[in-house]
Ligand binder design. Structure first.
Ligand code: GLA
Length: 731
């Protein structure tokens, strides 16, 4: 890891272990140019890549055609309305209503360590394990300073970027757009990769070709969303798990975002990523600053797999803070799919008792325990225990569950209010709404205006009061609708555009307060399944509910897409009952367990009602969880085959960092007649080590398993699966 400034060539060079990122200050006017990003290179001065000698429009030599220069120059952070017609990185409106930004290099500093992003999630490391470059740019007409931050880590190939805007003028300006990333590069015939989805079908891998003009994904829904994850990749057409180049861009933010690739007339690409400019503006008074969220850039020349493992390690080591991040999470049983709203203490106790006999460690009481909530039409906001359901109160229930020997967890949806609630009747103005317009309902609920301090404080106290009242060790923090009708009764007219961002900051602040007051709490985020599965939330909770679709086969592609970026330790995955409540498919209990074992493991079914045959398998799965979870949580993830691509089987493996242990998960989604017994080549093992492979009589060297592979036992039927444990031979 190194960051250096070369005075004579005016070059900044950022080197991670295997990548380089190079910028240069150009021309008399000090434009900051983007020179190179990719595989590590030895030279720093590769300024020929800027093509300035070939560019007849360089402003100091030709002021006639400044616009042509700006529209072709590979810039590090694009301005607005001064000649570059490609995507701007920043837009402002000054006191006279003018719009225009043009930024020039002013100064820089390079230091050990990394600053925190105030109020926002961000990566971290001890001072001697990371380095930061700050480049200060200035628009001297506006008196506006823009600081670009780049950080790198000793043990990672990731580069993080963030941006701060400071209004140094005496007048108020309105910031109407701010990107966190702008990267200009040549189009080497790349394709674009993203994770698209829907409720119960989140994070599906999608490739598309890049045409001229702009192609973007994003969210204007107030959360990162089920529909698009805040990630784009640019990769070779021939990308595979193990070969090909990919640039991955991931945004550490949980609200509106845009991630875009623009291909211009010269076949150059501009990649931008940041807060979505729709519905966004932020007023900056004299000396006020705005911090844009952090983004992570990962380049791999060794295929998708290496990019994946770089993101996994970065998030495990430098983003997730929870004390649980390196610990086995308690195996939980959640009553949502077991009972929905129809439960009482006795029902929960009967689930807990049965769960205990099979080694389950925690009972989670889901939606329906408060107010008059017997369906999803009421009571959000009224966080008082429903004592008709929980006779004797919550503490009594928690104590009884603890006596049985289980921990207790609880569900909240703190950000919401039902129109049919005491809270809404008392404070209708606390809901997000456009003045004079009745907001749209979704799941029959409104969103609370968390930008108002009194609302956020009410929400915090409601949750904290419950947590203080009993021995509650886990919270599932849900968010079941997306934002619309964006308006706040607490913000001045010219500040209405701040609401969406202030909302996200308030969610972060609430969760920060929660984990500060309850440092041992295991927090799991959730949003109608996986609608807010993003790196931002991982700063507060070590795990996120992956999807409301618990069908093991549907989960294969959901978990494949999720694991492209997110460590397995973060993926909420449970075994549920069949036929599956969302898709109606029946899958063997064993397969449901094998698929859920790739995440934070648990159950989501009425254990008092399932067959004895299924029940008996729970104890076996619990045993496997204890045996394999350290490996799954901490190991390196390798994808071997994708059911999404081959339509027959899915296969992935996890290898311990010391390469002594590995676990292969193989799921045969569809069987076919007269099929040859399948061979798979393993990955990630040490070629020189000798391993025993579960199901094989002799031990084999890693190079045999990597190259010749293993054969998978024949399985009759669809949705069959197996786990194969691999261990280094001792001695
Ligand atoms: C969301 C969650 C579910 C469940 C319900 C309760 O959909 O994803 O797991 O908690 O809400 O209403």
């Amino acid at each position: 890891m190194n960051i250096e400034y070369f005075e004579t060539s005016r070059v900044f060079k950022i080197d991670t272990n295997s990548t380089s990122y190079i910028m240069a200050v150009c021309d008399r006017e000090k434009f900051l140019g983007h020179v190179y990003y990719g595989q590590k290179i030895s030279d720093s001065d590769v300024n020929y890549l800027l093509r300035l000698n070939e560019n007849p429009f360089v402003p100091s030599l030709n002021s006639r055609d400044r616009g042509a220069f700006l529209d072709s120059f590979p810039t590090e952070f694009s301005g607005h309305n001064v000649g570059d017609y490609r995507e701007s990185s920043i837009e402002v409106i000054d006191k006279n209503g003018n719009r225009g930004v043009s930024l020039f290099y002013k100064s820089h500093s390079i230091y050990k360590g990394k600053k925190k992003l105030y109020g926002l999630p961000s990566t971290f490391a001890p001072d001697d394990k990371c380095m930061t470059l700050e480049i200060h740019l200035e628009d001297d007409v506006l008196n506006l300073e823009v600081v670009l931050f780049y950080s790198i880590f000793e043990d990672s190939d990731a580069i993080t970027r963030s941006v701060k805007v400071i209004n140094k003028s005496d007048d108020t300006i309105s910031l109407t757009k701010i990107m966190s990333v702008c990267v200009d590069m040549d189009d080497d015939n790349f394709q674009m990769l993203d994770l698209q989805g829907a409720w119960a079908r989140e994070r599906q891998i999608e490739y598309r070709s890049i045409g001229h003009g702009k192609q973007s994904i994003g969210s204007t829904r107030g959360e990162s969303s089920h529909q698009e994850n805040p990630f784009i990749g640019l990769c070779d057409q021939s990308i595979s798990q193990d070969s090909g180049r990919i640039y991955g861009f991931h945004f550490i933010y949980s609200g509106n975002f845009i991630a875009q690739v623009e291909k211009n007339q010269f076949d150059m690409l501009r990649i931008t990523m940041g807060i979505h400019p729709d519905n966004f503006s932020f007023e900056l008074q004299k000396n006020e600053e705005f911090t844009a969220p952090e983004a992570v850039l990962v380049f791999s020349s060794e295929g998708l797999g290496k990019m994946t493992r770089t993101f996994h390690d970065l998030y495990r080591n430098h983003l997730i803070r929870s004390p649980y991040k390196n610990k086995k999470r308690p195996i939980l049983i959640n009553n949502w799919e077991a009972t929905y709203f129809d439960f009482d203490s006795e029902k929960l106790i009967s689930i807990a008792k049965e769960a205990k006999t099979h080694g389950i460690e925690m009972l989670v009481m889901d939606d329906g325990w408060f107010g008059k909530r017997n369906d999803d039409n009421s009571s959000l906001g009224d966080w008082q225990v429903n004592e008709d359901k929980l006779k004797g109160g919550l503490k009594n229930l928690v104590d009884r569950v603890n006596e049985i020997g289980l921990k207790f967890g609880i569900w909240f949806e703190p950000e919401m209010v039902s129109p049919d609630s005491d809270l809404y009747r008392e404070h209708p103005d606390w809901a997000i709404a456009i003045q004079g317009r009745m907001p749209s309902r979704s799941r029959n609920q409104f969103v609370l205006d968390l930008s108002r301090k009194e609302v956020a404080d009410y929400v915090y106290e409601s949750v904290a009061k419950i947590l203080r009242s009993a021995n509650i060790e886990y919270v599932k923090w849900d968010m079941n609708r997306q934002l619309s009708d964006i308006g706040s009764s607490g913000l001045a007219p010219q500040r209405q555009g701040e609401l969406m961002h202030r909302y996200v900051l308030a969610v972060y602040d609430l969760q920060e307060r929660l984990i500060t007051e309850f440092p041992d709490l295991l927090l799991e985020n959730c949003s109608g399944g996986g609608g807010r599965f993003d790196p931002g939330m991982l700063y507060y909770s070590p795990q996120i509910w992956c999807s409301d679709d618990t069908d093991a086969i549907e989960r294969l592609s959901i978990q494949e897409g999720t694991a492209l970026l997110y460590p397995l330790s973060t993926m909420g995955a449970h075994v549920s009952d069949c036929p599956n409540h969302i898709v109606g498919r029946t899958t063997p209990f064993e397969t449901r367990g094998n698929v859920a074992l790739a995440g934070t493991f648990g159950y989501e079914l009425d254990i008092t009602k399932i067959s004895n045959e299924d029940k008996n398998q729970i104890s076996k799965q619990v045993e496997m969880y204890h045996k394999y979870n350290d490996l799954v949580r901490e190991g390196d993830y390798y994808r071997i085959a994708s059911y999404r691509e081959n339509h027959y089987f899915d296969c992935y493996m996890v290898v311990s960092k010391d390469k002594k242990k590995a676990l292969v998960t193989y799921v045969q989604v569809r069987n076919r007649a007269n099929a040859h017994v399948r061979k798979i080549r393993l990955k990630g093992l040490d070629p020189q080590k000798k391993y025993t492979v579960e199901g094989m009589e002799k031990a084999y060297y890693g190079d045999t398993l990597l190259n010749a592979g293993i054969v998978v036992k024949n399985m009759r039927g669809d949705s069959q699966s197996t786990l194969i444990y691999i261990r280094e031979v001792e001695g």
